[in-house]
Write a protein that binds this ligand. Sequence first.
Ligand code: TYD
Length: 204
Amino acid sequence: MAGRFVTFEGIDGAGKSSHIEALAGWLRGRGHEVVMTREPGGTALAERVRELVLHEPMDALTECLLVFAARRDHLRACIEPALERGATVLCDRFTDASFAYQGGGRGLSVAVLAQLETWVQQGRQPDLTLWFDLAPAAAAARRAAARAPDRFERQDEAFFERVRAAYARRADDQPQRFVRIDSAPERAAVQVAVLAAVEARAWW
Ligand code: TYD
């Protein structure tokens, strides 16, 4: 049986990473093969692209083409083979991040993004997308405590408001795969919501 493809989204600082780890542990405990991966990245080539996208100055379209090029390699070399052998793929960000950051944040046309999505994914979409939603001011406070900012994390609150609004539009357009997780509560409470969303699918 084909595996399931689960993606994790949200603005920087919403706190998704620790929940991916916890969910992987929960699934492995039930005997499932889990592949944890991320975007941009997930293959040797795509990780090199990630370094460029996160740290080198470039215009919005270049940034967009690079994340989709990395995605193409990631799908072919990592995600598709894992799904074919029945693994659960947990991916930290995927194409919804391109609609949110390059579309909402940078202002690129949704039509361009949709065309790239079609070319690169050839119909592949996540089975489930957990969207960790948090107000930009709260996310900024969490980020400030955590790490040195990359090109995206240095953006202002208005940028993250646009990213958040673009995630909300994607969630409205594709409600069958999106689950919004309110990330304002403390971590343990968010964890409960994550497991509830996963168990509700009854796939595992
Ligand atoms: P992130 O996944 O949050 O990693 P970390 O937790 O190590 O900071 O960072 C990746 C950044 O890349 C994030 O700011 C969003 C951005 N991004 C895009 O702009 N477009 C995309 O398509 C993807 C996948 C990520």
